[in-house]
Write a protein that binds this ligand. Structure first.
Ligand code: UD1
Length: 359
């Protein structure tokens, strides 16, 4: 098949992880691949380290949009993307996940009559208060090719009348996670300035606005972490650090605050842990793939497959955390494999080339 020209739009931390196996597969297939970084995430620990550790080529274009309200941020990306898409005229624009960068990439492309493919299509939390839920629904309906990671995602898309655009590919995050897990098991990546606790510990993250931006709620969740029977390594998103200082919330030594980790170190930290407490979609699934239990500080999940067998449990208000952590861990022997075996990126590239060929 002829070489195709794919333009990826990424901007936030989880998108860099998803981009890594796609960039690799496109390089193997010899297709042309341009990477546009919107600049939604810009701290070194939120962006550059992922490019370095996951061997992702440098972005071809950096929009440098940065932080802002949803409208300002998404609008800034939209305005900046017009010129980029016009200059490069790709065969297809590939957008990833559910961030403001995803929506901006999709809208910019359809407005210029360029085909759009959405990787990680069909996820739904059915919670319309989540900015990610609007991003997902709008992006799916604007896209020409829907690359669904799970059978559940395929069903959601079919229920919205989009079945004819869907391809089931498996989840590219499983590709990266399995590969890095194997690397990390052979050799632990270096941790600077600190070590993982020698005693049993949990890994935690908390970054969603609904959890961080209300002082009473943030205090309640941090208190719940503080009261756990083992140390908690809290990998803190910049927003969490800022809100904690704004609200003057302190924690005991049991909560070990740490900046976000590079991907291999994060995988090593989860592998070495007794489990994960999080409000992140990606980390819920990484815990599952790495066979560690997860407690999710939200009332719903886009990854319901992780709930099967008790690998993931929802605790929206941090309730019963102590009891949940003390429960025996599920048996990895019986774990099902809803996210594929680590070959999703190859399926995505096949789907892209077939889609372009058949048009
Ligand atoms: C975004 C995504 C979310 C994803 C998350 C992964 C949207 C709507 N949300 O949320 O789906 O789970 O990325 O991390 O797109 N900040 C920094 N440095 C940075 C980036 C952000 O200090 O490099 C601070 C800024 O104060 C910013 C805030 O974090 O206003 C929030 O960043 P933003 O990109 O708006 O959303 P995230 O919460 O990171």
């Amino acid at each position: 098949m002829a070489v195709v020209k794919v333009l990826s739009v990424v901007g936030a931390r989880p998108q860099f992880v998803k981009l890594a196996p796609i960039a690799e597969r496109l390089s193997i297939s010899g297709d042309q691949h341009l990477i546009v970084h919107t600049g939604q995430h810009y701290d070194v620990s939120m962006s550059d380290v992922f490019f370095e550790d996951l061997a992702i080529p440098e972005p071809d274009v950096h929009l440098g949009v940065g932080s802002g309200s949803h409208g300002v941020q998404t609008g800034g990306m939209l305005a900046a993307l017009d010129g980029v898409l016009d200059e490069h005229r790709p065969d297809v624009v590939l957008v990833y996940g559910d961030t403001n960068s995803t929506l901006a990439g999709a809208v910019a492309a359809v407005k210029m009559h360029l085909p759009v493919a959405h990787l990680e299509a069909g996820l739904r939390s059915f919670n319309r208060r989540m900015p990610e839920e609007h991003n997902r629904v709008l992006t799916d309906h604007a896209s020409d090719l829907l690359l669904a990671p799970t059978e559940q995602a395929v069903r959601h898309l079919a229920a919205e009348g989009l079945a004819s655009r869907v391809r089931l590919t498996g989840d590219v995050m499983a590709d990266v996670c399995f590969r890095v897990r194997d690397r990390v098991r052979e050799e632990l990546p270096p941790f600077t300035e600190w070590r993982l606790p020698a005693e049993p510990y949990l890994v935690a993250t908390l970054h969603r606005a609904e959890n961080t931006d209300d002082p009473a709620r943030l205090r309640k969740l941090l208190d719940a972490l503080d009261e756990l029977p083992m140390p908690v390594v809290l990998l803190a998103h910049p927003r969490l650090v800022a809100r904690r200082h704004d609200f003057g919330i302190t924690t005991s030594e049991s909560v070990r605050w740490h900046p976000p980790l590079p991907y291999p170190q994060m995988v090593a930290a989860v592998l070495g842990s007794e489990g994960v407490v999080t409000d992140s979609g990606g980390l819920q699934k990484e815990a599952f793939l790495l066979e560690r239990r997860c407690i999710t500080l939200r009332s719903e999940t886009e990854w319901p497959e992780t709930l099967v067998g008790g690998w993931n449990v929802l605790a929206p208000d941090g309730e019963r955390l102590d009891e949940l952590v003390r429960r025996p861990a599920p048996d990895p022997e019986g774990q099902h494999r809803p996210y594929g075996d680590g070959d999703a990126a190859a399926r995505v590239v096949d789907a892209l080339t077939t889609f372009l060929h058949d048009r």
